[in-house]
Ligand binder design. Structure first.
Ligand SMILES: NC(=O)c1ccc[n+]([C@@H]2O[C@H](COP(=O)([O-])OP(=O)(O)OC[C@H]3O[C@@H](n4cnc5c(N)ncnc54)[C@H](O)[C@@H]3O)[C@@H](O)[C@H]2O)c1
Length: 444
């Protein structure tokens, strides 16, 4: 371990200087182009649950050297460095991710911070000449997401996102089948998540504000978000508008990405959301119940467009299917989630969609998604090809989720120009495409 026990004074000094100095540095801290047999120097920014999972999965490929880990909570750095899968003694630990970005021997970084902390480290990583694997939702605002794409393009970086369904063979097969007309013209797609954050965390009342645990830099955790006293509940970032967007931006990007991918679209034209906090306890702000109706333009699977619905609420889910995406077409219905897919052909002689006792229902098992996904990223770091879940497509899935939350918060149906990334004739809504960031993180 190196200097991961940075003092507050050190941090304040670096916070005042760092964001700007990186942008002004003489050149990016980057090695030359990698050959097929070269090892990839890897850094991890945000060593919580998903960060450690991504990091370990990449280590398992035996193509990477774990160079450094950064987290604002010392415990998370220590847990990562002390893991049995880590080669002993080599990897450095930091509190400030900008120290990690100074490493010339880091080629790629994982950004697995909370939702409000994806954009800035991704952009600074691009500036520092690193490729990036960034978790979903790719950004906290649509403006920030576009800035990430601009940085990727400007610095010629490879960016893959944590929408790992794209690397699952059964998802790829389903997309192929839909595109091949398996269920005819698709008129309606629904994606749902029953429970989730809603069920697990909202039942409890909030604990009182307190001091953060030792070694946890709470001010840095909040980063660009407005300051609040430490409260354990706030670390459930999904539950607060300033750091997340509810299940809409947590699970939504996965499920909506599958809709975009299969239907060959990237942006809705209208969005109408209903929802609220009908059962929540505690200080959580985001809804426990949400239903969005999107209209999409003409696309490969329907030259007249289609309607899509996303819903998250309490309950069990149809036939016990807790989450997934269902495509409804003129010749059948197709359901897919991480566990597999089912296709119910339409009854050619009746409008009744009776499935009981049918022998022509087709099923397929789920296939691994996460491991092939990180392998795809590492291959693209070497080949410089676009990854399966490139930033532009995941930005579009993320944007659809952010748009739904804007519609909910404004309480009205919105019209969206996806090309311009602007609402049509709605100045109030357009103001919500960006947000204020706290110093020194007001760099976008
Ligand atoms: N792809 C998937 O299936 C999947 C699954 C779970 C989570 N995720 C995503 O991964 C991200 C992280 O989720 P999680 O469940 O691991 O959360 P977590 O709270 O367990 O981890 C986040 C970590 O980031 C650290 N952090 C916060 N600000 C930081 C900063 N400025 N610099 C460095 N570290 C910082 C926190 O201390 C924490 O350790 C989220 O965007 C989440 O949506 C994706």
């Amino acid at each position: 371990m190196d200097n991961w026990k940075m003092t507050r004074r050190d941090f304040n000094k670096s916070a005042a200087l760092g964001a700007v100095s990186l942008a002004l540095s003489a050149g990016p801290a980057v090695r030359n182009v990698l050959g097929a047999n070269d090892r990839i120097g890897l850094g991890l920014i945000g060593a919580g649950n998903q960060g450690r999972y991504n990091f370990t999965s990449m280590l398992r490929t035996e193509q990477v050297d774990p160079v450094a880990v950064a987290d604002v909570y010392d415990l998370c750095v220590a847990l990562t460095l002390d893991a049995p899968t880590m080669p002993p003694g080599k990897t450095k630990g930091y509190k400030d991710f900008r120290r990690l970005l100074e490493h010339k021997d880091i080629d790629a970084v994982i950004v697995a911070t909370p939702e409000h902390w994806h954009g800035i480290p991704t952009i600074l990583s691009c500036e520092a000449g690193k490729d990036v694997y960034v978790e979903k939702p790719t950004s906290h605002t649509i403006y920030e997401g576009r800035k990430m794409i601009e940085a990727m393009t400007k610095y010629n970086r490879v960016i893959s996102c944590g929408t790992q369904q794209r690397s699952g063979e059964h998802f790829q097969k389903v997309v192929e089948m839909l595109r091949g007309g398996k269920i005819g013209k698709v008129t309606f797609v629904e994606a749902w998540l029953y429970g989730g954050f809603t069920r697990e965390q909202r039942r409890q009342a909030a604990p009182p504000d307190s001091d953060p645990p030792p070694g946890f830099d709470w001010d840095f955790w909040l980063g660009p978000a407005p300051y609040h006293a430490y409260n354990r509940s706030r670390r459930g970032f999904t539950g607060f508008w300033e750091t997340g967007g509810g299940e809409m931006t947590n699970w939504g990007p996965h499920l909506i990405d599958v809709i975009h991918w299969a239907m060959g679209v990237d942006t809705p034209t209208t969005i109408a959301t209903s929802g609220g906090r009908y059962a929540s306890q505690g200080i959580y702000e985001t809804p426990d119940t949400i239903e969005v109706i999107y209209e999409y333009p003409p696309c490969p699977l329907n030259d007249r467009g289609f309607v899509a619905r996303f819903t998250n609420h309490l309950g069990r889910g149809p036939e016990g299917r807790t989450y997934g995406t269902q495509f409804c077409g003129t010749d059948g219905t197709l359901f897919v989630n991480r566990e597999g897919y089912t296709i119910w052909p339409a009854n050619p002689t009746s409008d009744v969609w009776e499935t009981f006792g049918r022998t022509d229902v087709e099923k397929g098992d789920g296939t691994p998604q996460h491991q092939p996904h990180v392998v795809n990223f590492l291959e693209c770091v070497k080949s410089r090809q676009k990854p399966n879940a490139d930033l532009e497509t995941t930005h579009r899935a993320t944007s659809a989720c952010i748009l739904a939350n804007i519609s909910l918060r404004l309480g009205r149906k919105l019209r969206w120009d996806g090309k311009q990334e602007q609402f049509v004739g709605d100045a109030e809504a357009n103001k919500m495409l960006n947000e204020e960031r706290r110093k020194p993180w007001n760099i976008l």
